[in-house]
Design a protein around this ligand. Sequence first.
Ligand SMILES: NC(=O)c1ccc[n+]([C@@H]2O[C@H](COP(=O)([O-])OP(=O)(O)OC[C@H]3O[C@@H](n4cnc5c(N)ncnc54)[C@H](O)[C@@H]3O)[C@@H](O)[C@H]2O)c1
Length: 348
Amino acid sequence: MKKKVALIGNGQVAEKVHIAYYNTREDIEIVAVVGATEENVKQFAARHNIPSFYTNAEEMYLVEKPDIISVCTPNRFHFDNVMQALKHNCDVLCEKPPAISAEDAKKMFEYAKQKGKILAYNFHHRFADDVTELKNKIDQGILGEIYFVKVTALRRNAIPGWGTFINKEAQGGGPLIDIGIHMLDAAMYVLGYPKVKKVTAKLFQKIGIKKSEGAFGSWDPKKYTVEDSLFSYIELENGGLIQLETSFALNLKLDAREKTIMNVELCGDEAGATMFPAEIYKDDKGELVSLFKREAADEDRHTKSMQAFVNRCLGGNDRLADGEEGYSIQKLVETIYQSAEKNESVEL
Ligand SMILES: NC(=O)c1ccc[n+]([C@@H]2O[C@H](COP(=O)([O-])OP(=O)(O)OC[C@H]3O[C@@H](n4cnc5c(N)ncnc54)[C@H](O)[C@@H]3O)[C@@H](O)[C@H]2O)c1
């Protein structure tokens, strides 16, 4: 019997990632989509041959009785939709970030555990082969003691013009909660979730309130309420340091071909590494020597993340970005925002 999937949210990630993947599986059937407005969701369902559409999720659960839910709404609605899906005994793949607050992310994780249901987040970058291979080598000790990590999620001028990405109330923040969180997740994952001791951060809202056009469309600067760049030092209990740089817009000379730079660099006392494409290197008498190198980064990350989730729903043992890890990253993001907003370091 095919597993019945319903989508909550009918935007670009639902279409390009979730539906695109579910349609490749013979053991999955998309039965319904829930959207905010009837006209919109009706057209979306027709475009994707989805048999039913709803604007009321509760009604959808009662009629369709789905097994699996994809939550693809703006961030503010993740919490309610995940809790409702779990209440109806569904396995859930929720888009990142888990929620707006750490308290909510904790409740989501605890409720999934109580219900014995799968709760996963689409932190897809960590499903790249680069990350898997790098983590294996880190776990083997090739880098030695890792004491400095640089996390980068920078765009020069690519504020998302669609959806609600410039609205703090809907999203919980700007580049940190939207793209920085991806690279923070990948970094914390390969490091094995080290305990955080102290966070110091500073955010800026300088460009989004002034400009109105960029590589990702146009926006109304009067409605721009999120940060456009944020920088943070995250001190770890093991003595290590993570430096985070993230922006939607920043007058920085990035490689001309790149609209976005997403990467993690790790410095150990034996060797260093770059995540995308994965490479491990060390110094030999002043020369940089490569110990391991992938020619190109694995770009098939969304498919692998989706595949892992569906496999788990079908009884497989695939590794997921689970509810507990989602809570841990949400807590870190919340603490970074707290530090930036208070303009002082926050101890955990
Ligand atoms: N993993 C990734 O790389 C990735 C990429 C893009 C977006 N996302 C995440 O996916 C989510 C959606 O982003 P998007 O780019 O698709 O945005 P979007 O604006 O294109 O789509 C959001 C959709 O949700 C609908 N919606 C709003 N409120 C709703 C509600 N209460 N119930 C049901 N539907 C509702 C909107 O009408 C819209 O169609 C965000 O949380 C975002 O962070 C993740």
